[in-house]
Design a protein around this ligand. Structure first.
Ligand code: ADP
Ligand code: MG
Length: 687
């Protein structure tokens, strides 16, 4: 049966009449019936037809319509995974990769890691020759290109959540477009929750001349085609606050209680920004519920953010018991990446955590910033999946209408580009400014990135990767500054220690969130505190953990997060393997912390700061851009305020705070990066 094509010219928009499903559902398992009820099911044949006949298919469909979980299964059923080929589906978020792949494995009745598998950084649950459908982050797929530039094992690559415009998605789209020219048999599916698809379509548009050339060809049409999956969302009533709220955590908690008091049954989804404010809201809400006693029973409160232990993630998807109400307090991961059944009420703070980069000061921050109208609409839409719902916006209507921007800015235009540049260079893309981007990154950011990579010794005068250092750094699946730190530790004889530090820095935190016992946590930290700073403190914690026999009891006593430490062990093992593969000598410095500090400086010299003379409030200035920064209260150097420090990252709230700080000797800066500092500032500044 051929689908009805209305407008097949020039990659225009196609709408398929949604024919009523012919199957009665009789005789199918309940899982099968559930699958057939998803909006995307009616488009199964058209989707397969378009993928067969077009190199690139763009699929737009509301969140929850079944794009992510169903389309890879349709492709497999149609034979796209035959003959050892693999169907890939990328996601911007690790948590989504895990959740979605386990759902698909369940639907197919197979064990996760066999026919259906997933790969995220430091975790590979796939089997060569067995896995047919593979979910992975877009970042991991980029890494795979370093070994297999044409991604030959994949028959179809579905780039999911394209509307998010994550930095890796954009790089990936640019590269896939190139790959397609060399491998016309490769099929791409770009799927997106919003109708920003036209710009994607024009990005994949081929030139007229090319179309003429391929005229006689029997291969797929190279022009992209757009398919719109009509959802069946229910009406969502929007409520605004009358006056701006000053504390959105408090306001969110009050709104949840109000809904629970006054509205009929149905689950609540609250959008906050990150682990900190989600934990705070969970705690506040739990206290309120306890205070109210019986009148407020039947409320289950669950957090949702990446970095949550597996068991807690799964609770979020569990159906709510009869007579109970679930409240999920989430980051914007529940905006489009994950669908929760049973949500009827949405509380939208109007904020999310977003990356911002300023090329002038060379500072990248994760900041809490207002969302766009497009995001606000997506969030509201979550309330209308099972029946008409309500969305409570914790901002005024005037604010929504007059001040919220229509669309978000692609991440590539607000990020530090160091990782992006090195990856493209490693893939042999030399002319980075001339690269075919879906959205061009700012040239100043590009120049900054080139400068840092040059100072790290990763790029040479011609902006080519240096050999071997540049290639080695590119091989390590971490930020180039961390990779350089690991590389230097090889020469300095402290790679075992530095790999431990790198593993710990790549997870969110090794401490349990204090849950109201901040003072106790601070005291416990003092047991491990090293005068050098946080990095060395991490080594002490790690040593204590090993000496305890990796005991969970020990972790509990010391406010250390046991799951996080297990993760650190895993990551550390993987990094050791990578290190050995690229020829790094594994060696311990046996307690010589000077070399450890030198290795850190070799990677992070660009993050050096100096305590302002006569500063009584711990004000530092970055050496590079003279920005005002402070040591974060969670650091062991908070209030110690050494004269010279290097930080690992910045967080900005009321001020710019340095997280994970180590004190250094300024002379090590000029040793580590003579060009960088002499070029930037007269050397007198350094003394
Ligand atoms: P889309 O990608 O279009 O947003 P999905 O394929 O993610 O839609 O979701 C389709 C349906 O599958 C959802 O309605 C949801 O009910 C179900 N689903 C997805 N993931 C899970 C999960 N981890 N657990 C239970 N149900 C899930
Ligand atoms: Mg999806």
């Amino acid at each position: 049966e051929k689908p009805r094509l209305l407008d097949d010219e020039e990659g225009g928009v196609l709408f398929f009449g949604a024919s009523p499903s012919t199957s009665s559902g009789y005789g199918y398992s309940s899982m099968e019936r559930q699958k057939q009820r998803l909006p995307v099911y009616k488009y199964r044949t058209p989707i397969l037809y378009l993928v067969e006949t077009h190199a690139t298919t763009i699929i737009v469909g509301e969140t929850g319509s079944g794009k992510t979980t169903q389309i890879p299964q349709y492709l497999k059923e149609a034979g796209w995974a035959d003959g050892g080929r693999v169907i890939a589906c990328t996601q911007p978020r690790r948590l989504a990769v895990q959740a979605v792949s386990s759902r698909v494995a369940e639907e197919m009745g197979v064990k996760l890691g066999e026919e259906v598998g997933y790969t995220i950084r430091f975790e590979d649950l796939t089997k060569d020759g067995v896995t047919m459908i593979k979910f992975l982050t877009d970042g991991v797929l980029l890494r795979e290109m370093m070994d297999d530039p044409l991604l030959t094992k994949y028959s179809v690559i579905m780039v999911d959540e394209a509307h998010e415009r994550s930095i890796s998605t954009d790089i990936l789209l640019g590269l896939l477009k190139k790959i397609q020219r060399r491998r016309p048999e490769l099929r791409l599916i770009i799927s997106s929750a919003t109708i920003e698809a036209k710009s994607m379509s024009s990005f994949f548009q081929t030139s007229k001349r090319r179309r003429e050339m391929e005229g006689k060809d029997l291969g797929p049409r190279m022009d992209p085609v757009i398919l719109s999956v009509e959802g069946r969302g229910f009406n969502v009533q929007i409520h605004y606050v009358e006056e701006p709220v000053s504390n959105y955590i408090q306001a969110a908690v009050s709104t949840v209680l109000l809904v629970h008091d006054q509205e009929p049954m149905g689950d609540i989804l609250v959008f906050l920004t990150g682990q900190d404010d989600i934990d705070a809201a969970v705690q506040l809400l739990t206290e309120e519920v306890q205070n109210r006693g019986k009148s407020c029973s039947g409320l289950t409160i669950l957090p949702l953010y990446s970095g949550l232990p597996r068991a807690e993630q799964e609770l979020v998807f569990a159906p709510t018991a009869r007579g109970k109400r679930k409240v999920v307090i989430s980051t914007n991961i529940a905006e489009t990446s994950l669908t929760l059944e049973g949500i009827v009420y949405v509380v939208d703070s109007g904020f999310s955590k977003q990356r911002f980069y300023n090329p002038i000061s060379d500072i990248e921050n994760l900041v809490v910033a207002p969302i766009s109208k497009a995001s606000a609409r997506q969030r509201a839409g979550r309330a209308g999946r099972v029946r008409p719902g309500k969305c409570y916006r914790l901002y005024t209507e005037e604010y929504f209408v007059d001040e919220m921007s229509a669309e978000g800015i692609p991440e590539i235009q607000r990020s530090n580009l160091v990782s992006c540049v090195i990856q493209l260079k490693a893939l042999g893309i030399d002319n980075i400014l001339g690269f075919d981007w879906p959205a061009s990154p700012p040239p100043e950011a590009m120049v900054r990135a080139l400068e840092v990579l040059y100072s790290l010794g990763v790029l040479d005068n011609d902006a080519k990767l240096t050999s071997p250092a540049g290639f080695q750094v590119a091989e390590i699946p971490l930020d180039p500054m961390i990779a350089k730190m690991i590389l230097s530790s090889s020469q300095l004889g402290c790679s075992e220690e530095i790999i431990t530090i790198a593993a710990i820095l790549s997870i969110q935190s090794i401490w349990v969130s204090s849950r109201g016992a901040q003072k106790d946590l601070d005291e416990v930290k003092l047991r491990f505190a090293a005068s050098e700073g946080d990095h060395v403190t991490f080594l002490n914690v790690y040593k204590g953990f090993l000496q305890s026999g990796k005991s969970s009891q020990w972790c509990y006593k010391n406010f250390v997060n046991y799951h996080a430490m297990k993760k650190v062990l895993e990551i550390r093992e993987q990094l050791r393997r990578t290190a050995q593969r690229i020829g790094i000598v594994l060696k311990s410095c046996e307690g010589d912390m000077l070399v450890v500090r030198n290795a850190i400086t070799a990677g992070f010299f660009a993050n050096a700061c100096h305590l302002e003379a006569y500063s009584h409030n711990g004000k530092y200035k970055t050496i590079r851009g003279s920005q005002e920064v402070y040591i974060h209260p969670s650091s062991v150097l908070f209030r110690v305020n050494p004269k010279w420090v290097i930080y690992h990252s910045l967080v900005s709230t009321d001020k710019q705070y340095m997280r994970n700080v180590i004190s250094i000797d300024p002379s090590s800066l000029t040793d580590a990066a003579p060009h960088f500092y002499q070029h930037q500032r007269p050397s007198s500044m350094l003394h």
